[in-house]
Design a protein. Structure first.
Ligand code: FMN
Length: 193
């Protein structure tokens, strides 16, 4: 049943960080399928604002160094943490595929920035669910470097656009993790009269 499959897929989707990802290539056709499904996200005014840059292989080294150096440049010296810098210089090498998530702003700006960002988030969820169907986990990272104007420019966007983070994709080395959520009833109010 489609409903059962959808329920299972949505609840199975998990975040796993790069250090828990296997050193195993991901077939390009899977990434292509994730991107195609991202492209089917809802989009106000059909602006299709999502932009993706895929880093694989050696390109990840430059990305890792860029992230660490951007973190250093954007962080006041008293808030700078050496272990964070080192983590940033490694993460991109621990995941076989890293996807930079961007939002391209329309010149007319007819659609609000909020709507454009929300559309991109829908696209990312489509990617994540598709990854899950292939036994892949992922991690959406939104640290200071990953969402900076520097990151936008690094991926060919401008200061009018937005870098919305990095999406690390890979196979988990450990067992598929279980998730947890507080009850939906805590977050819902039904209004009927
Ligand atoms: C927009 C967005 C940004 C996120 N950024 C981070 C992040 O910077 N660091 C982090 O540890 N997790 C980040 N996450 C992932 C969450 O930690 C993760 O979704 C949460 O722990 C629930 O786990 P699950 O995805 O396996 O259900 C982000 C998730 C979203 C939706």
């Amino acid at each position: 049943m489609l409903v059962d499959s959808v329920n299972e897929l949505i609840r199975k989707r998990r975040t796993v960080k790069p250090k828990m990802m296997a050193n195993q290539e991901v077939d390009t056709s899977i990434i292509q399928e994730m991107l195609t499904n991202a492209n089917w996200a809802p989009t106000h005014g059909l602006t299709e604002p999502w932009r993706f840059t895929i880093f694989t292989g050696d390109a990840r080294s430059n990305l890792a160094m860029f992230l660490a150096e951007t973190y250093k440049a954007l962080t006041p010296p008293d808030a700078f943490k050496q272990n964070k810098y080192e983590g940033m210089s490694k993460n991109a090498l621990l995941a076989p595929v890293v996807i930079a998530i961007g939002m391209k702003r329309q010149t007319s700006r007819k659609i609000s920035e909020l709507d454009e960002i929300q559309a991109v988030a829908c696209a990312v969820q489509n990617m994540h669910l598709t990854a899950t169907a292939h036994g892949l986990c992922a991690f959406w990272s939104t640290n200071v470097a990953a969402v900076s104007n520097e990151m936008a420019r690094y991926t060919g966007l401008t200061d009018e656009d937005r870098a919305l983070g990095l999406f690390y994709v890979g196979y988990p080395i450990a067992e598929w993790p279980t998730g947890s959520r507080r009850a939906i009833e805590e977050k819902v109010r039904w209004v009927s009269e």
